[in-house]
Design a protein around this ligand. Structure first.
Ligand SMILES: [Zn+2]
Length: 271
């Protein structure tokens, strides 16, 4: 086989990822409405004109058309090129991190699911079972076949532990407020996150997502006068937190422990 520099493969994977991102856009738009993600072909949401292949080239078409439909000139949501770009960057960065390996495939499945869940929850306050449950099963299967950096026990413990942990928070909230603070979709999403990241990664994800959610809630409270029980799409906080932990979990864990050691817990307890 001819040797080619890694950047050659990286660029091809970037382009491949852009196309996957284009498909993820279809998933984000259609899954919450219960429509097929295969047929019919994409149309403009405003004038229903069929989108031709040359207007459907990831990222490029959006730039050439200056973000408007060719026929009716209605503005196209910038979410479309953003998701395409994210898809490209997912594959590009996974190749740089893992080269061609089972871990690249595992990471791609996980991060693509997170991308879909982020936008669906943001738009619809919904985390569809058709994404969360297969994602959890795939995470367990990778661990089962030793194609994952975490063991099967860790994957099961992370998934089930994460789901139970969130359910106990929901239970406590219900006791005090008389209603559920989160949805069952969040519980199933935790199942998937734990299956991919293990117990440690699952807890770090929860900590990051809760901190981000709390800051965002405080921001809404102070600047937009929203009430404290204003509903937030928790899945949209979990998804970027899980992606962050996937890429830098170990370093973040070391940082977290060192902060605990230095400031919060007297040294003799940790010794
Ligand atoms: Zn149109």
């Amino acid at each position: 086989m001819i040797w080619l520099p890694p950047i050659f493969y990286a660029i091809w994977l970037l382009i491949f990822g852009l196309c996957i991102g284009s498909f993820l856009n279809v998933c984000i738009a259609r899954i919450p409405e219960g429509r097929s993600i295969v047929t019919p072909p994409s149309t403009c949401p405003s004038c229903s004109a069929r989108i031709r292949w040359y207007d459907n080239i990831p990222l490029l078409s959006y730039l050439i058309l200056l973000g408007r439909c060719r026929r009716c000139h209605t503005r196209i949501s910038p979410v479309y090129p953003l998701v395409e770009l994210a898809g490209g960057l997912i594959f590009f960065s996974l190749f740089l991190k893992n080269s061609f390996s089972a871990e690249m495939v595992r990471g791609a499945v996980f991060l693509c699911c997170l991308l879909v869940l982020f936008f669906v929850d943001l738009h619809h306050m919904l985390l569809p079972n058709v994404v969360t449950l297969p994602c959890a099963v795939i995470g367990i299967l990778f661990a089962l076949f030793h194609a994952s950096p975490i063991s099967l026990l860790d994957a099961l413990g992370g998934g089930v532990g994460g789901a139970l942990f969130l359910m106990s928070i929901m239970g406590l909230y219900y006791l005090f407020r008389g209603r559920l603070g989160m949805g069952w979709g969040d519980v199933k999403m935790m199942l998937a996150i734990g299956a991919f990241l293990g117990v440690k990664g699952m807890f770090l994800t929860l900590i990051c997502a809760c901190c981000a959610g709390a800051f965002y809630g405080l921001f809404l409270l102070l600047f937009y006068g929203k009430k404290l029980d204003h509903a937030l799409p928790f899945g949209s906080f979990l998804a970027p937190a899980a992606a962050l932990i996937y890429f830098g979990g170990d370093r973040l864990f070391e940082l977290y422990v060192s902060v605990l050691q230095q400031y919060l817990v007297p040294e003799f307890i940790l010794r």
